[in-house]
Design a protein. Structure first.
Length: 222
């Protein structure tokens, strides 16, 4: 049986945009999972749990052969999970905390075929070095509204704020959808027709990825 419709279990407009680059026909559905962090829950366990929970949701209109895709992205500083800002003041506090420091961004990607319980899970970790931006720049960035729906209160791709000065890992993963990892996962399905997600991703991000070949060869990154 060939693959039918793709379902993206995510509220993120960035994930929807990135998935649209591939050219798949997909529907987006709200995941509606509890994102509370468990007591003493390690960061990796947390992000895996959320991605798996999102991929496990019942999609009312999904049919046999459809594919459900879910992802969750977290920022981790000194082992502590930093979520989305609660308000502009909290966004300011987070950006002050990250300024001129290294942290990790971890994305868990989960894929399930409708009607099946098995979930394929991928983890992508990227190391980020933030620049020494000024208080004025932080205030201007917060005024733009861009930080408010993002873990760590920033977008790596924001040209105005340009928060990152050094980076190792997957840019697409930091944005919320590691497309090479998704392509690698989908190729485990014999009915999937491969696409060149590597070129598609790099073309849209205008970025030459140093790890895509390693990802597609099956290497675990991070």
């Amino acid at each position: 049986m060939s693959i039918g419709t793709y379902w993206l279990a995510s509220n993120s407009p960035r994930r929807r945009e990135m998935l649209s680059w591939i050219g798949w026909f997909f529907n987006a559905v709200s995941s509606q999972v509890d994102e509370s962090i468990g007591l003493d829950e390690p960061a990796l366990d947390y992000v895996k749990r959320l991605a798996l929970s999102k991929a496990s949701i019942e999609v009312k209109d999904a049919r046999e052969g459809d594919v459900i895709i879910a992802a969750d992205t977290i920022v981790v500083l000194d082992g502590k999970i930093i979520g989305k800002p609660l308000d502009p003041h909290n966004a300011y506090e987070i950006l002050q905390l990250l300024r001129n420091r290294e942290h990790w961004v971890v994305t868990a990607l989960a894929v399930r075929q409708a009607g099946q319980k098995e979930i394929l899970l991928e983890i992508c970790q990227s190391q980020i070095q933030m620049r020494d931006y000024s208080d004025e720049e932080v205030n201007m960035y917060i005024t733009s509204g861009d930080p408010m729906d993002k873990a760590g209160a920033y977008a790596i791709q924001n040209d105005m704020f340009h928060p990152v000065v050094n980076f190792s890992g997957c840019v697409a993963s930091v944005m919320g959808m590691p497309l090479c990892h998704l392509e690698r996962t989908m190729r485990k399905n014999l009915n999937y027709q491969p696409c060149n997600a590597t070129e598609i991703c790099q073309k849209n991000l205008k970025y030459r990825c140093p790890i895509s070949e390693r990802v597609m060869s099956g290497e675990n990154i991070g």
